[in-house]
Design a binder for this molecule. Sequence first.
Ligand SMILES: *Cc1c(COP(=O)(O)O)cnc(C)c1O
Length: 856
Amino acid sequence: MKAVQTFTVVSRLPPELEPLRSIAMNLGWIADERAQELFRRIDHEQWEYVRDPAGMLAIENQSRLEALAADDEFTALAAQVHADLVRSLDSPRWFQDHHDGTLESVAYFSPEFGVAPGLPQYSGGLGVLAGDHLKAADALGLPLVGVGLFYHHGYFIQEVDDRGRQMARFPRLDADAMALEAVPDVQVTVDIAGVPVVATVWKANVGRIALYLLDTDNDHNDAEHRLITDRLYGGGQLERIRQEILLGVGGVRALDALGITPQVFHINEGHAGFLALERIRQAMVGAGLTFDEAAAVVRPGGVFTTHTPVPAGIDRFPAGLMEDHFSGWCREVGLPMDQLMALGHEPGNEPAHAPNDTFNMAVMSLRLSGATNAVSQLHGRVSREMFADVWPGVPTAEVPIGAVTNGVHAPSWTSQEMAAVFERVVGDDWPTATPEHWQALASLSNDELWAVRRALRQRLVTYVRRRLRRQELHRGLSESQVAWCDEALDPDILTLGFARRFATYKRAALLLGDPARLQALLCDPDRPVQLVLAGKAHPADLDGQNLIARVVRAAEELEVRHRLVFVEDYDIAVARMLVEGCDVWLNTPVRPMEACGTSGMKSVFNGGLNCSVLDGWWDECHDPTVGWAIASAEWQSDPVQRDAIEAVNTFNVLERQVVPLFHDRDDNAVPTRWLDMVRSSMSTLCPRIESTRMLRQYVGEYYEPAARRSAAMHADNNARALALVRWRRAIDRAWPSVAVVATDRTRVADDHGVTYVLDAEVVLGDLDPGDVQVQAVHGVVDPDDELRSPTVQAMAAVGPGSLPGRVRFELEVVFPHPGNFGFTVRVVPSHPDVPTYADLGHVAWAPAPTAQATQG
Ligand SMILES: *Cc1c(COP(=O)(O)O)cnc(C)c1O
């Protein structure tokens, strides 16, 4: 029979252990080795399995707690760790030294947060990244808060049966046994299709950073609406739009209720995009602005990060659902529904007969945010192409989507042993150290590095054996049938890891396409290899689940089962063990579908080496001294053929490069060249992939400019925003008559390279030269007269043109070397409060730009 209610009977904590509760209640423990030592002492095995201090304290048996309370050494350590925690919460950090008062407050909205194993509010890389964003904000002392939802059934627990079928269990989370505190007296009401829904707020502490999570499961709501926060990405589009309204609209209102007024609102993936509509509504209602004026005030403070390189991965809502949920908003702000729909309309990607049929959350977020970034350089290029149609007339390279490559919070992902090495060799502040400091790793001896690597591999093997045994027993095997698990894997052989969501594009089963070659690789008598895999497939993703089944069935084959292991229930705790212990981190996505990827970064911090397709972060970070590149066959359009070719490429790299290097030993059996590569990998990559590098980049390139522009727009009762809107109207009216009517060039001197004066005659209609910039776009042309990576330079107005109403513009350009060059001319609107012309929607190009090549 099934219980109708479940709850946790929380153990009674002896007063001597109160400091322990405070430590457990701040998720900052995850970066504090001594805090972890405390919980490890309570119960070593439990610790390794769950890594959840709050959960452990809640259900630890009473006599064990009493014993700990009587252990003076333990309570003294707890008191000390607690005192250090309290002190660290307001000690000055990087931001306190660095900031000039520009940036006062950032709110980071995300549909998921993966901070620690005991708060499973994530389903994959997006959430783990959001968690690391908060931890980096703590490390830097940034004034940032996180905003999300509290899902009562979070990330599912994965079990896999003997036929490889994934079963997903969704245990109900009990906030009382988690590192969450209820925020008293704060509740917000959000209109969900005409129903007022009340949300309460939980707070998690990540060091000094607060994470606020909204929850609709309370007595104010009917049964249906209590379920809005039931599951992470549960249900269909109706559940989804409700969750996104709660996150975006409810999140902004929760911050109001908490007395927090952020200057910068960071939308982490389109799911959080509705926050922009709520901010606009508030500006309209509060300051009596029109929609355009409110958008001009609100937009500069918005930062949008896109994470999806595939159009199919983007959140879209059908018009009917939008109408049900936003007709009230439209009435309140006085905007017709079709104009709201137009904000989420993606030109070029929807049928012409029904252009406003779907609402694209990413496109709305692009339009309503002052700045947008992708999450790696390659993903930036892909995103500029993917969203190019949102900026008609703007060349793809100038589409205003930048890139901040993701990073990982090293203290959360680095083994105790390697962290101790870094502390000694690089310095106490190794997680935030500069590239110069990381160079010190060159002095790390082979013996020490190899000893750490061996210890980490040994620990992984012990851990995997225990888990394997548990999962086999759970599948119904007897003790004698699982005895082999104690000898699965080998602590001394080359260990490859592959763990991530089992989304099909990540191709977890790539090597299984050639089982004979895989078996030969794994079971080579002289140079064997072992492979540990883990990962969950979304419960609705049947293809992903098929991949799991293939992997699990392959791992059951007697010949390879000692060398090929699938670890169930991948989560932050499993990830940590795998990235610590594996020698090589394998990654085989279909390029360029991996926006960034972060698990390979975690491996670097533990001395693992990456062997990966050049996708995501690896595309910009790989060089042959730090790891291996697997060639992708993007030219092959047949996906089956492509997989086959890339599987061969992967085997080739493993067999010819990875395995031989690992077995190239000196007289003491130490793989010296391998360790050279590990040192290079750590010293060059660590400072580039740590989350504080990422966050400093967000501060300098996104948050501070956004705060500055936002403050300017708000100043003097929004005066500049209002002026900007008036100016835009004038531009919109005048633009149809703006044109480039003639271009020419004159060769003037041959002293240094070849100098030309480019000139153009331009019609500006009612506009002043100061309203626009006339630009020469020049550079090398290819055989089709296409300008490749051209230079854009402003031309100067030099006087009236050859006919009334025309203005002449000139620019002197030195062409540096012989070759085929060309140029074209364009007019774009220009205003000091608009960072890029692309946002204004107007470009007048010289008609039919033909190449004006110049030889020598
Ligand atoms: C790091 C991490 C991810 C992201 O890994 P990718 O390499 O980006 O796929 C996903 N899930 C968990 C639990 C992680 O720790």
